[in-house]
Design a protein around this ligand. Structure first.
Ligand code: 4IA
Length: 408
């Protein structure tokens, strides 16, 4: 352990190894950061930093974030992927069996969810998802003046995802409210997190109840998870918690991914023109929107031992904040990173994470079918009113995006 440190620094982060890195006075969970993250993200990419406000390390270059994500035993998830260290604080809800687990425990639950969301399952639901996207877009083209968030980015996933899980109709309004709590709860104990958790009881009760086998329609993803408890791959107790992962991670992410994609098309008419000229770009347009906006902005890991990142020593038990959004715009990795270009090679973006925890669902089906429907049916999408941002400690997206959408 290095000794060249002031005692003030030693207490600030719990008395472990002193931060040998620059200290940065930035709060990535503050409203002004959410409003305009790019300048602060540029500063964050200059070096591995220590953020005094929350006593955490920050990594923001693509290569660094990628390295942390690919070393899951040293940068672990089982102590929580939010600021809270599960070894020191009681988690606000029982830990996720997949997100908040490390290999080898993670390997088993991950294998089950991969099978539940396999390409074969996706193929089965594809036609229904496609038809629903076309119907949603057709209806919006009739109305012309719409809110692209409520009427498309939210309405479309809500029209297909809960059915695909096998949820009953009643109570679905809890789903987005629950997810908003989950994603703000990864953040520090600021007003956003505390308020979200304070109001979470009814949403948690709804989710817990719907995760039970008897409440999930046969043939859906939920029932499919439970079926793996019959094979012995998971226990009876684990099955509902794995269904909870689908409900936590599967809706608000696609809402914000779609919101990002539509916001890009509305701001960059040249990209909308390219998409219309070649609707087969729909899938890459969605990927580029996920890179460009990074709906999931940040995640933490916890160090399980002393480790170096880029020559900087980090002690055991430290929280490391990964800036996925900053990495996805790192000029060391991307040409013209601040340009939305739906023909660029998007592979290697880490908007879905990387390594063993990389997103198992990926929203690509929902993203692709909505963008393909817009490509074929819409002539233009124009912003016609005030754009309002939605604030969440982890999710980046809009509250409202009023647009005029014209028929091709
Ligand atoms: C879970 C990272 C995000 C998409 C996510 C959120 C919750 C869970 C998994 C992933 O509850 O397992």
């Amino acid at each position: 352990m290095s000794a060249s440190i002031t005692s003030a620094q030693a207490t600030a982060h719990g008395g472990g190894t002193p931060p040998s890195v620059p200290h940065l006075d930035v709060d990535p969970f503050a409203i002004d950061f959410f409003e305009n993250p790019c300048p602060a993200q540029e500063a964050l990419r200059e070096a591995v930093v220590y953020l005094d406000k929350w006593s955490v390390y920050g990594v923001a270059r693509h290569a660094q974030v990628h390295a942390v994500l690919n070393d899951p035993l040293i940068f672990c998830s089982s102590r929580g992927v939010g600021l809270s260290d599960f070894r020191k604080e009681k988690p606000w809800r029982p830990p996720s069996l997949i997100l908040e687990a490390d290999p080898p425990a993670h390997t088993r639950t991950r294998a089950v969810l991969s099978k539940v969301l396999s390409p074969a399952m996706m193929k089965q639901i594809r036609d229904g998802f496609l038809a629903a996207a076309e119907a949603n877009v057709d209806e919006l083209l009739q109305r012309r003046h719409i809110d692209a968030i409520a009427d498309l980015a939210e309405a479309y996933p809500l029209s297909v995802f809960p059915n695909a899980i096998g949820l009953r109709q009643e109570g679905r309004e809890h789903l987005l409210a629950y997810a908003a709590v989950v994603f703000s709860a990864f953040g520090p104990p600021n007003e956003l997190r505390q308020a979200a958790i304070e109001r979470s009881a009814p949403h948690q009760a709804y989710v817990a109840e719907q995760c039970r086998r008897t409440n999930l329609a046969p043939g859906g993803f939920g029932a499919c998870v439970h079926a793996f408890s019959d094979t012995g791959e998971i226990t009876l107790k684990e099955a509902p918690l794995l269904v909870r992962s689908l409900l936590s991670a599967g809706l608000d992410t696609t809402v914000n991914g779609l919101g990002a994609a539509i916001y890009c098309l509305a701001r960059f008419p040249d990209q909308m023109a390219k998409l219309r000229a070649d609707p087969s770009l729909a899938r890459n347009a969605f990927e580029e929107a996920v890179r460009f906006e990074s709906p999931v902005q940040t995640f933490f890991r916890t160090t399980t031992r002393e480790v170096e990142i880029d020559g900087h020593a980090i002690g055991e038990g430290e929280k490391v904040l990964m800036f996925l959004g900053a990495a996805n715009r790192d000029p060391r990795r991307w040409d013209e990173p601040d340009r939305n270009d739906l023909t660029r090679r998007t592979s290697g973006h880490i908007g879905f994470g990387a390594g063993v925890h990389m997103c198992v669902g990926q929203a690509r089906l929902e993203g692709e079918v909505v963008l393909a429907a817009l490509a074929r049916k819409a002539a233009s999408i124009e912003i016609n009113g005030p754009v309002k941002r939605r604030y969440n400690n982890t999710l980046r997206g809009l509250e409202s995006l009023p647009v005029t959408i014209k028929l091709a």
